[in-house]
Design a protein around this ligand. Structure first.
Ligand SMILES: [Zn+2]
Length: 217
């Protein structure tokens, strides 16, 4: 739970208990998020086997804990709802349970942000994304922390995506508008203007054509 709190950039003492209740019949699937999280009783034993947790993982359980940490301000429903919750699964498995752990520390200094992002990009481009997934996850600490300080969020996905691109760029001190545009995000000229003071570090030509999604256009 401390790991879940850390990635969400919230105090490790939760304001309410996260409970998992096992039952013979639940409303959807094997597990679902909420208060309480529900799981099918046939897999309830997973919660009481620390050795299995450290060797096989608890992906589904942490996936649901991740759902409970998702916030509509950086969620682009329905496109990312079943994706961003897995940030918590990856983080807890890598950092807490020690599964597939990359040899990269999560402790970081603010003055190394640009270098770390550069390393991340290099790994993405060399198709070694998994090797240094920890570095990528560190960026979310910076992004989620900034969201905690904001109020009055937009409602619609297009505005939320522009806010996300702006927030991610400011958090990493890198102008990522070109990167998000390459992925088909509807980045507005106003967002680009806001970030003009930061040098652009991506252009369309730097993202492989195969990676360019059109779904948001
Ligand atoms: Zn889910």
């Amino acid at each position: 739970m401390k790991g879940v709190a850390d990635l969400a950039v919230i105090p490790q003492k939760f304001i309410r208990k996260e409970r998992i209740v096992a039952d013979v019949q639940i409303s959807a699937g094997w597990l679902h998020s909420g208060y309480p999280i529900m799981m099918h009783s046939s897999i309830g034993g997973e919660l009481f086997n620390p050795e299995d947790a450290r060797t096989k993982g608890l992906w589904g359980e942490v996936h649901e804990l991740g759902h409970n940490q998702q916030r509509t301000c950086w969620e682009f429903s329905p496109h990312t709802t079943e994706a961003t919750c897995n940030l918590w699964s990856v983080y807890v498995h890598e950092e807490v349970l020690g599964l597939n752990r990359a040899k990269v520390t999560f402790s970081f200094l603010t003055d190394t942000r640009p270098q770390r992002l550069s390393i991340c990009v290099a790994h993405c481009s060399s198709k070694q994304k998994n090797k240094n997934i920890c570095i990528i996850l560190t960026l979310y600490f910076l992004v989620f922390a900034r969201y905690h300080d904001m109020r009055n969020f937009p409602v619609h996905n297009e505005e939320k995506m522009n806010l996300y691109a702006e927030t991610f760029s400011k958090a990493t001190e890198m102008n990522l508008t070109g990167f998000f545009k390459a992925w088909g995000w509807p980045i507005k000229p106003a967002t680009e203007e806001k970030l003009n003071y930061i040098e652009k570090c991506f252009t369309l030509t730097q993202v492989p054509e195969a990676c360019i999604h059109k779904c948001y256009r």
